[in-house]
Design a protein around this ligand. Structure first.
Ligand code: B12
Ligand code: SF4
Ligand code: SF4
Length: 377
């Protein structure tokens, strides 16, 4: 089999099935990444969502015997929502990050990768392949960088010259010796806008993230959100796009190439109050198909409470009082206590004291105590 010809056939087929960019990388170990991952681990900068086995993450041969090349793909997603509903004074809305707009990208990319894998298998019947997106062992960004999909930028994203950083990444490891492409030039230069704009200083320096300070990570945690971050969350319900929206390389980049990636405005920018009381069933029905629902409804509800406090939405007080009184989840009661003191400091003391008498959870009691102390200041 002529590998150059096969590569061209793979490229042609990828275009047919709606893959926006494709690149090829060697499957040799990712030495630089390995050092970086150990360093991140030592500094406790990892999120915990990464594959824990660093050797597997950096040695494609451990995933596919005699791995020789990796086919990297990118799909561009929209950055602007058509007909975005307005957030009004008594009808406040939250926002899901762009990577959670439309149908879950894992499903979209997996379908494309499967088609591509089947195509390669059709051409070379005994080929060995393994495909992955996000949840696989490899660093999708390190693969994309090596395959020339984009450069590894100071905001940590892979930025493509064509679509900016608004691309999802995935790859297929193969034992075929496909000709690798070359990495492309880094265009960040002296720009440092993303590092300066990060609300929580999570970008320690260009290209290095402390995940534990990153809002994208924090919106996905299930416990009480540390106090220092609550005011920084704004109305974000899932993820954070700030270091991408400020990036000059993303200016004017708004691709609408995949109908399934179009956001339903009522889902991507939903009303906050109905989220407080949504049933498991309704949550699954409305949000189950978006990537931002993977941690379940609790973190989204906690973030919705924080967003209502951000807006100081007085109309949410009755719902928040109900949560404080009746919600079985301590995180929700504790966050509601904090939010009530923020929204209605002049008229909430009695209610917080009543709740303190009934409350048994240590963490919630601490939140109530702090909320009451703040009222006295
Ligand atoms: C864990 C994880 C997170 C964590 C940690 C993110 C991070 N920056 O490490 C959290 C939850 C915070 C997160 C957030 C987001 N994520 Co995320 N995440 C991942 C995941 C699962 C692993 C990433 C990882 O291993 N990070 C560890 C770091 C150290 O390595 P890396 O970023 O993968 O690789 C780069 C560095 O190692 C760097 N590097 C290596 N050596 C050295 C040396 C020096 C000196 C320097 C400067 C850099 C450097 O170069 C590599 C290539 O760029 C990947 C999927 C995957 N399996 O790879 C998705 C992934 C990175 N996430 C993605 C997205 C879209 C996001 C968000 C934009 C979502 C959102 N809007 O909220 C944010 C962006 C936050 C940010 N600024 O990075 C996309 C990125 C697409 C793109 N164009 O780059 C991915 C690839 C998922 C996908 N398949 O599409 N994510
Ligand atoms: S996603 Fe948000 S919090 Fe995380 S590094 Fe970017 S701007 Fe900072
Ligand atoms: S904002 Fe500037 S430094 Fe940051 S990723 Fe974009 S071009 Fe690079």
């Amino acid at each position: 089999m002529n590998m150059l010809q096969l590569k061209q056939q793979i490229i042609d087929y990828s275009k047919e099935i709606g893959i926006d960019k494709i690149g090829f990388a060697s499957a040799s170990p990712f030495i630089e990444l390995k050092d970086r991952l150990y360093q991140q681990q030592e500094l406790n900068y990892q999120s915990g969502f990464e594959e824990p086995d660093i050797k597997k993450r950096t040695t494609p041969e451990l995933l596919v015997p005699k791995a020789r090349s990796i086919i990297a793909i990118a799909l561009a997603y929209p950055s602007k929502m058509k007909d975005a509903p307005r957030s009004t004074k008594s009808e406040r809305r939250g926002i899901f990050c762009r990577a959670s707009w439309g149908r879950d990208y894992h499903d979209v990319l997996r379908e494309k990768l499967k088609l591509l894998e089947e195509f390669v298998q059709g051409m070379v019947p005994d080929v060995m392949t393994k495909s992955m997106v996000d949840t696989g062992e490899l660093s999708d960004r390190a693969v994309a960088e090596r395959a020339g999909i984009g450069w590894s930028a100071k905001n940590c994203s892979i930025i493509t010259p064509e679509f900016g950083s608004y691309v999802y990444l995935g790859e297929i490891v193969t034992n075929l010796p496909l000709e690798p492409d070359s990495p492309i030039e880094d265009r960040c230069g002296t720009c440092n806008k993303c590092v300066e704009a990060c609300p929580t200083d999570a970008l320690v320096t260009g290209g290095q993230l402390n995940s534990n300070r990153c809002i994208a990570f924090l919106t996905q945690t299930k416990g009480m959100l540390a106090e220092e971050f609550r005011d920084k969350l704004g109305n974000r319900l899932y993820g954070c796009d700030t270091c991408q929206t400020v990036c000059p390389e993303n200016k004017g980049k708004d691709l609408h190439l995949h109908p399934e990636m179009e956001p339903d405005p009522e889902v991507a920018k939903p009303l906050l109050k109905p989220l407080l009381t949504i049933s498991n069933r309704d949550f699954k029905e409305t949000y189950g198909h978006v990537s931002g629902s993977w941690r379940g409804k609790k973190p989204i509800q906690r973030n919705a409470i924080i967003a209502l406090a951000h807006f100081k939405d007085e109309t949410a007080v009755p719902d928040l009082l109900n949560l404080l009184k009746d919600d079985p989840r301590p995180v929700i009661r504790g966050t509601a206590a904090w939010a009530l003191a923020k929204i209605a400091p002049a008229r909430i003391e009695e209610k917080l004291q009543e709740a303190t008498v009934k409350e048994t959870d240590e963490e919630v009691l601490l939140e109530l105590e702090k909320a009451l102390a703040r009222l006295e200041q």
